[in-house]
Design a protein. Sequence first.
Length: 269
Amino acid sequence: KGFRVDASKHMWPGDLEAIQGLTNDLPSGGRPLFFHEVIDMGGEAISSSEYFGVGKVMEFRYGIKLAECIRGGDFNCLGGIYDQGWGMADGEHAVVFVDNHDNQRGHGGGGGVLTASNNMDGHDDWQYKVASAFMIAHEYGWKRVMSSYYFNDKDQGPPYGAPNCGDGSWVCEHRWSSIMNMAQFANAVVGTGVENWQAAGASLGFSRGNKGFVAMGDLNKEFNTGLPDGEYCDIIHDCQQKIQISGGRGYFSPASADDPVVAICVGCQ
């Protein structure tokens, strides 16, 4: 629970700290979460690191690198997603996202990101699902999931009336199984690091310690999972298929042709 602060880059961190200090503690105890929009693409007078003392910061370079790796068909490139050479914020302070309401339209840090809603420039839902699943599964950063509506003009407002997922106007990415169901994976692997990295072309698999394994992209192949032997549910499609792990290895195929993600975790159903 907390606040997203818009355009923090245009405010002195000391002033933000004073404003935040006026807020009440949460009813459950503790302070609210604050994360700040600080568009830092490098080479500017103001850097996102200046705001680490007042909360998390939105890492706009993350989505651009994510898109470059996936569009280029080089999923091994994702192993360096936290790129200090690009000046990215460390994982404790970075709020990461595939796209947001601004940069999916070419605003706020520019374009170049993957979207599931931009009808002007086109969108590739397969790539978007890979990107979102990777973001949620990986250890770097605090994750923010987008939920959009389709647009044919960068200034187009939302459809009239209440959101209605599946009506052809609202995208509702947050309900896609390769995004929504990855929340269970993320919760199951808390406290573990990325291990058993296996990437080739447009396929990738990696574990989070010995608690979970995710495979994505061009699948129908075997991976070394690092997980205990046994039968696991593919949580992406609510256990419609089971993955058998023997000697730490398992064969991963997508349960649906349009869903290029398979995820398993210890104790997940």
